[in-house]
Design a protein around this ligand. Sequence first.
Ligand code: ADP
Ligand code: MG
Length: 341
Amino acid sequence: MTSAAKFLLLTAVFGLLAACRKEPQTNQGHSISGSTMGTYFRVTLSEFPNGIPEDTLQTTLQARLDRIDDLMSTYKPDSEVSLFNRSDSTDWFPVSTETATVVIAALEVFEASNGAFDITVGPLVELWGFGSQESTNQLPAPAEIQELLATLGSHQLHARLDPPALKKDHAELRIDLSAIAKGYAVDSLAASLEELGIPDYLVDIGGEMRAGGQKADHTPWKIAIETPTAKQRGIQATLPLHDMAIATSGDYRNYFERDGQRYSHEIDPRTGQPIRHSLVSVSILDTSCMQADAWATALIVLGPEEGRALAEQAELPAFLIIREGSDFRQIETSAFIPHLP
Ligand code: ADP
Ligand code: MG
């Protein structure tokens, strides 16, 4: 099944909404859009570049995204990541520079987040019904969870760039780049645009965004952080974004409910359980969207106290939304304050 078809299926099964976060209407410009990685992408340009036909630009950007998806998708059986996952070898496994770059970044965030961000968590994601397998909405047995937990962990995974390769300590270890690849793809599109001599852009892939330069009216690009409700769309905050990326993770879009309990698609690798706490949305600002994407997932896994404390300690600009009954409270870390309008 294609990731787009899978996404539609998930939409039907879990009732999630298609787009994560909308650009405020103030970001007018020329836009190029399409689909990738089971979601949408949209690139907004202040000015259409001279000498580059629109369909050439569309093809160039789509090809860039297709390549990343072909390398890193766990939905594609022949992607580099799927081949590594199926490989029985515990020797160095040659991969592209792109895949090695993303895995190295993922291992760094694994270390820095005390294991909360862990790309070997895929088998648990599948067990809870969120992976590329058909979901049954059945809750896994505690013994099954414990058994899997004992085999997982990014400490058993290694990556290098020269030459680019990955290595696992045991043949069954598998990786899932879903929580970091979109951010990498955003950075990659931004780099493509800059190589083409286009300095003013807003790139958005499924709600992970990066802005370069400014809008046609010489004001900064603006983005909105949504109020974390699955059904209604509201805006919690609006921010100017200047040569910066933002990524958001939340439990409010991709989840299933059983017996009145909500199960999120973010798994705490320390317990093997989907996250279940009052921290419902985390947005991270960073010059790298890949970093922002991974850290947003790391903090949502860590939860309101630990997540906030680590963000403060690491001086991460983070915007947290905490559920309090039927209300939401927002918390900005010290490093986020200077970015508020
Ligand atoms: P979204 O895809 O909604 O932007 P995330 O960036 O947080 O959300 O990625 C969630 C996906 O990451 C899950 O669907 C799963 O495949 C994977 N995942 C779940 N838990 C973790 C974790 N603790 N560390 C890394 N990846 C995870
Ligand atoms: Mg993420």
